[in-house]
Design a protein around this ligand. Structure first.
Ligand SMILES: Nc1nc2c(ncn2[C@@H]2O[C@H](COP(=O)(O)OP(=O)(O)O)[C@@H](O)[C@H]2O)c(=O)[nH]1
Ligand SMILES: [Mg+2]
Length: 422
């Protein structure tokens, strides 16, 4: 049997240290708050007969090397406070007329003994909670080592816990972890919808929408340039409804000049349908729009001109891969009014991981049309391929040596362990 003392700023961190040092079979023999944190005495491979002896020894050691306990510290503090405290007469003399009018009564909750008890109880609750989640985790890990390894690998992609659980439940729990991993990645790729439209081959009328700075204008330039390279400039036109930002028109104007394709500005009051009507002979019309924040209270009003001509074009929502899962979800939710036909994911080159992107695509079911992985026009634009996106996600994990969230994994395992016994 091994017994060791652990010290950390709080119980959660101390429990984690215990788990790291002794694994999930560790037993917490004692727990107390000390100056600056908590102290745990933990054991591994313990024998009930020698348990009490070891605890005594560990506690004797603690006395020889005293770290004053929380309650001792409080007691000392309250003695010091009492010594420092002025005499009752002095207090009375200092009382203001207001406080005399309304005498303060001490709530029973302020009673020092009760307060102490409350603190002890709450620290005990944390220990029990941590031990329970540790038990669930340890038990699951022991029963399903391959499933646990698979969950760890999925979590390291930056995916949220519910998707990890979904994928791992759909994969065999065989002894060959590499086989399970390949299956899981294939499952992950199969959950991503792909847009069947081939804009670069067949053309179309497409409006790029999304928040500011996600790469709408750059994606339009990339698509237009690719199309011009394949089919020449005659059948391409650019349209912009972005008259909010100074420079937005200029940015697209530069690309239109380089590519030798016309650019039409739709001013407020102009009708988008009239402009599109004039471009009926073009095979590819790309419409750039002003960025709108998903939090913009006027979002509906800002996208109204697009809404009222919605049947005249396809809408692609542009999402930046370096955003958090929550902000991607907000964008998808905010622009759902426009019923986007597909999405474009940009800035995969800037993302720390692709977990939020994969999660958002899977949760929303929004078909992916293109992926952009850099600023270069037109090189950094790629037709969406789920397997490539998943292998990019794996490569990023290896590059960044990602660590996964143990707490989130423990939560997943709470649910998984229940399923695992069925
Ligand atoms: N690293 C990287 N930068 C990009 C990508 N796409 C666009 N950008 C850059 O993001 C910035 C904003 O792009 P822009 O097209 O103006 O965004 P918009 O406001 O949505 O039109 C510019 O500096 C672009 O060069 C991409 O895939 N990767
Ligand atoms: Mg723009």
């Amino acid at each position: 049997m091994k017994v060791k003392r652990f010290f950390a700023v709080d119980t959660r961190i101390a429990m984690r240290e215990v788990r790291e040092a002794f694994g999930s079979d560790a037993v917490i023999l004692a727990n107390r708050e000390v100056d600056g944190g908590v102290e745990l005495i933990a054991a591994i491979d313990y024998d009930a007969n020698v348990l009490s002896e070891s605890v005594n020894q560990a506690e004797k050691k603690a006395e020889q090397n005293p770290v004053s306990s929380f309650s001792e510290h409080r007691a000392r503090k309250s003695v010091a406070a009492r010594e420092k405290a002025p005499e009752p007469e002095q207090i009375q003399a200092k009382q203001t007329s207001a406080s005399i009018k309304k005498p303060q009564t001490m709530s029973w909750l302020q009673e020092p003994a009760l307060e102490r008890m409350q603190e002890e109880l709450s620290s005990l609750r944390h220990v029990v909670e941590d031990q329970l989640s540790g038990l669930a985790w340890g038990d699951f890990e022991r029963r399903h080592p391959q499933r646990t390894e698979l969950l760890k690998r999925l979590m390291s992609l930056g995916l949220n816990a519910s998707i990890c659980q979904l994928i791992s439940n759909s994969v065999d729990d065989s002894n060959d972890i590499e086989h399970n991993w390949r299956q899981a990645l294939a499952q992950l790729a199969s959950q991503i919808n792909i847009s069947g439209e081939d804009v670069l081959g067949n053309g179309g009328v497409i409006a790029m929408v999304g928040p500011t700075g996600v790469g709408k204008t750059t994606t339009i330039a990339k698509l237009a340039a690719r199309y011009v390279l394949r089919h020449g400039p005659k059948s391409v036109a650019l349209v912009t409804t972005d008259n909010y930002r100074i420079g937005a028109y200029e940015q697209l104007r530069i690309y239109s000049r380089i590519l030798d394709v016309p650019l039409h500005l739709v001013n407020q009051g102009d009708k988008l349908e009239y402009v599109l009507d004039k471009l009926i002979d073009k095979k590819l019309v790309l419409i750039d729009t002003a960025g709108v924040s998903p939090r913009d209270v006027e979002l509906k009003q800002r996208i109204q001109p697009l809404m009222s001509n919605r049947e005249l074009f396809d809408t692609y929502l542009v999402l930046s891969a370096n955003s958090q899962f929550s902000s991607m979800s907000k964008s998808i939710e905010a622009f759902s009014e426009l019923k986007p036909d597909a999405c474009v994911v940009t800035k995969t080159d800037e993302a720390e991981n692709l977990g939020a992107t994969l999660g958002s695509l899977i949760h929303s079911g929004l078909p992916l049309a293109y992926v952009c992985n850099g600023q270069r026009v037109p090189e950094d634009l790629h037709l969406a391929r789920p397997h490539s996106l998943v292998s990019d996600a794996v490569a990023l994990t290896q590059d960044n040596n990602q660590t996964f969230d143990w707490e989130a994994l423990a939560i997943v395992l709470g649910g998984s362990s229940a399923n695992a016994y069925n």
